[in-house]
Design a protein around this ligand. Structure first.
Ligand code: FES
Length: 111
């Protein structure tokens, strides 16, 4: 085993979970899946050190659809496709708030 620093300044987890039993879940709408695809492309074009991952349930289903920003402890809740610009602005603000040089040492390949 090796222990190393993550190469990403921040990691966005897009809940796309579906239950199929009538309980609310983020995957009830396609919004988080669409946002994951579109933001991945935008961050890739901008060469930002941001990792994007689709995930199963993050916990607060009733407030969803949810996106979690780690390790900055930011939740985007009740997101819709039309929130893309606001999320992008928020991510850029988070990156700008990081200590100088922190993200410069990280792999710029978004995933
Ligand atoms: S289904 Fe998305 S947080 Fe639970």
């Amino acid at each position: 085993m090796r222990i190393e620093a993550t190469p990403h300044a921040l990691h966005l987890f897009f809940c796309t979970n579906t239950r199929g039993n009538g309980e609310k879940s983020c995957g009830d709408t396609p919004d988080t899946a669409i946002l994951a695809d579109q933001l991945k492309q935008r961050f890739k074009q901008a060469k930002l050190p941001v990792r994007i991952t689709r995930t199963a349930c993050l916990g607060p289903c009733a407030q969803g659809p949810n996106i979690m920003c780690y390790p900055q402890q930011v939740w985007y809740q009740d997101v819709k496709v039309e929130d893309m610009a606001a999320i992008e602005t928020s991510v850029n603000d988070i990156l700008a708030s990081l200590p100088k040089g922190l993200s410069a040492n990280m792999d710029p390949k978004p995933g």
